[in-house]
Design a binder for this molecule. Structure first.
Ligand code: C5P
Length: 232
């Protein structure tokens, strides 16, 4: 499994996304398609981007009863995405169902990773609304362990948690880490960030980078800078 840079294509339309990807010419970066684009354009946008030669992380964060998730994952697998995800909070039966649904007739399947706790959930919410009294860090690690024990490939986490996840779940358990900023760039609404080079040192397997690339004057140069810092 190679390290890679995934561009978060958080655009509101398929047209804007394709125009953005046109700028990369023969380079075919790994792209993340989220709920906004998928819900506005439907599965056709996934097929189009795939046909252009990109790898796709379909970030739809499934969370439902095991049977529904299993059947939905079978549909996503048929779209030929390379990576997708779900909420570990759905439990191990749901995660096992997801794996079953994702696995194609020839035995291959997309990488499946879990969201542990959303970074928008703070300690107060965890305790007062979700009624989880275990500290956040331990909750996140325990959810990661459930994902691992259910046969998933990894988790989405902060690059600051990558090392702890690897210590607990093994080096081969994939960490996909957003919250990436260049040393001389804007932090924006992200709070705890790392540069691509720091994320590499921390052991991240994939970095997810949105605005530092999508909002750059020269997105291709910004992408190449990420690749140089993180991959090369
Ligand atoms: O623009 P930026 O680099 O902040 O984009 C990061 C991407 O990663 C966005 O698509 C965001 O939704 C996603 N993400 C995140 N933090 C998480 C999970 C996902 O920033 N904990």
């Amino acid at each position: 499994m190679g390290k890679d840079v995934i561009i978060a294509c958080d655009f509101s339309s398929g047209q804007k996304t394709l125009e953005f990807l046109d700028r990369f010419g023969e380079k075919k970066p790994f792209v993340k398609i989220g709920m906004e684009l998928f819900y506005s354009e439907g599965p056709e946008i996934v097929r189009q981007i795939k046909k252009r030669g990109h790898k796709i992380f379909l970030d739809l964060k499934l969370h439902d009863i095991p049977n529904t998730v299993k059947k939905s994952m079978a549909v996503l697998s048929g779209l030929d995405v390379d990576m997708t995800n779900l909420h570990a909070a759905g439990g191990s039966k749901m995660m096992a169902g997801a794996l079953e649904g994702l696995t194609r007739a020839d035995g291959t399947r997309p990488i499946l990773i879990a969201v542990t706790q959303l970074t928008s959930t703070d300690t107060e919410t965890l305790k007062n609304e979700l009624l989880i009294n275990t500290p956040m860090a331990e909750t996140v690690m325990s959810y990661a362990e459930n994902a691992k024990n259910s046969g998933l490939d990894g988790v989405v986490c902060s690059p600051l948690e990558a090392e702890a996840v690897h210590d607990r779940c093994g080096k081969g358990f994939i960490t996909v880490t957003p919250g990436i900023r260049f040393a001389d760039g804007d932090i924006g609404d992200q709070k705890r960030v790392m540069t691509p080079a720091e994320a590499k040192k921390a052991g991240s397997d994939y970095i997810v980078v949105g605005r530092p690339i999508t909002a750059a004057d020269d997105p291709v140069a910004a992408y190449m800078r990420c690749v140089e810092e993180f991959v090369d």
